[in-house]
Design a protein around this ligand. Structure first.
Ligand code: PA5
Length: 448
């Protein structure tokens, strides 16, 4: 691929290359099942040709709405949870600068998030902030019925209407939801909000390249056309061949499954850039929700290095040996900064004087990889040249396709999430939602 490279050499002391390549017939079958939409969950495969089929008019409309919002809002509240939240945050945190609006001098709104928790304190603080700021909001929910975003939107809508009046509020709300179903769709139609549809055949965790992700990403000032272009490039290559040698998603899916079959229960996604923390959260959701079912799955964990070398680094080096590590390695920094010489050298760091910070970070990365391999942690390395829109687009599509293949290799349906209903039903019963009376009695008894 143009940007993304994958290297599995540091897994080969732990598993046999032949075993990985022996999965080729299975990979061929699953690649075909994905493209021909004949496998499990085949009504949720709209993400496969999504990048190349995104309508230019939709991208232009998103950009126009983003520009309009930038003109009226200092803060943009993105309300959503799970797949209706993590993709946007992953890309925004990766590409819009470490310090948000503090650093963009108000050129783009500060993005804040709501509806991704049920914390009273969080919501009180959010509303207090919104008292003082000009703001607009995107409410994002495919089902249109998810409790967390629905509660947050009820509060924010009330606040908006008090602050700007009903008509003013309407101009500041964008609803992104199902084209026909759900409470949010009904509300958006009744109130005449600007609305974007989420395709029926794209599940939440695969929806970052629909308006779910693209609208907030554009509001944050990121070039969505370049992001999509990166994903299109990946789609072309990954869909074109199932050969493990030529298709990085196939190689990743095959390698992690062989590691798993050889006793590695946990995969840790590591990065050496603080910008990628939420990319890892997005990846955790993608793999955790897709594969963790029927008592199967590789547990997806994440670490941010070098920060977490001072915490989880100990466990990775010497704890239970059931883990492997996948590192997202970013070759170049976008900005340059050298470590200065110091006449007194009291910190003893003059040996680093004149070196760029990235050079030090790269040596931390290389040293960590060697140490972890020595500590019996197999290592997959995924390299991108720089944190930019094209690379991120490739990385997103690479991981999505690999997840589909990997789920099929595990023998599960990677496109459903039946397990997330259990907590919801209990919560509704405990909150006395009409229709849950019987369950409510049983649960309250258990809690005594
Ligand atoms: O991946 C998924 O399907 C979930 O994480 C959902 O995105 C999440 O539960 C939010 O659902 P909704 O968009 O319907 O509010």
């Amino acid at each position: 691929m143009k940007n993304l490279k994958i290297d599995i050499n540091n897994t080969l002391g732990f598993v046999n290359k032949e075993d990985i390549y022996a999965l080729q017939p299975d990979i061929d079958k699953h690649h075909r099942a994905l493209l021909e939409k004949t496998g499990k969950g085949n009504d949720f495969l709209g993400w496969i040709d999504l990048p190349s089929s995104i309508n230019a008019d939709v991208l232009n409309k998103i950009e126009a709405d983003a520009k309009r919002i930038s003109g009226i809002a200092e803060v943009f509240v993105v309300i959503g949870i799970g797949g209706s939240y993590l993709g946007a945050r992953a890309v925004i945190d990766a590409l819009s600068g470490a310090f948000g609006a503090l650093q963009n001098e108000g050129k783009f709104p500060q993005i804040v998030y709501a509806g991704n928790n049920i914390s009273e304190d969080y919501l009180v603080e959010l509303l207090a902030l919104l008292d003082k700021k000009e703001y607009a909001v995107a409410v994002i929910s495919k089902s249109g019925t998810t409790t967390e975003p629905a509660i947050a939107f009820r509060l924010v809508k009330n606040h908006l209407e008090k602050k700007y009046g009903k008509t003013g509020a309407r101009e500041r709300i964008i609803a992104i939801t199902d084209k026909a179903k759900g409470a949010l769709k009904k509300l958006a139609t009744n109130e005449n909000y600007t609305t974007y549809d989420i395709p029926d055949d794209v599940g939440g965790r695969y929806s970052v390249l629909t308006p779910v992700g693209l609208l907030p990403i554009a509001v944050a000032g990121i070039d969505i056309k370049k992001l999509v272009a990166g994903a299109v490039a990946a789609e072309k290559e990954i869909c074109n061949t199932s050969e493990i040698d030529k298709n990085p998603s196939a190689l990743y899916a095959a390698t992690r499954n062989i590691l798993h079959r050889n006793g590695k229960q946990t995969e840790i996604l590591a990065n050496f850039q603080p910008y990628l923390q939420y990319f890892t959260e997005w990846w955790k959701q993608l793999y955790g929700e897709s594969e963790g079912k029927e008592n199967k799955g590789i547990f997806p964990a994440g670490v941010n290095f070098t920060t977490d070398l001072h915490s989880m680094g100990q466990y990775i080096q010497e704890g239970t040996r059931n883990i492997f590590e996948t590192v997202i390695s970013v070759e170049q920094s976008k900005k340059k900064l050298q470590i200065p010489a110091d006449a007194e050298n009291l910190d003893g760091l003059n040996f680093l004087a004149g070196k760029n910070i990235q050079e030090v970070n790269k040596m931390a990365e290389a040293g960590t990889q060697l140490a972890h391999v020595d500590g019996n942690v197999p290592n997959i390395k995924i390299t991108i040249p720089q944190l930019n829109e094209e690379s991120l687009g490739e990385l997103i599509y690479f991981f999505e396709f690999a997840c589909g293949l990997s789920g099929y290799l595990l023998g599960v349906n990677p496109f459903d999430q039946p397990g997330v209903e259990a907590y919801k039903n209990n919560m509704f019963a405990l909150l006395d939602k009409p229709g849950f009376e019987q369950q409510s009695k049983i649960l309250k008894e258990r809690l005594k």
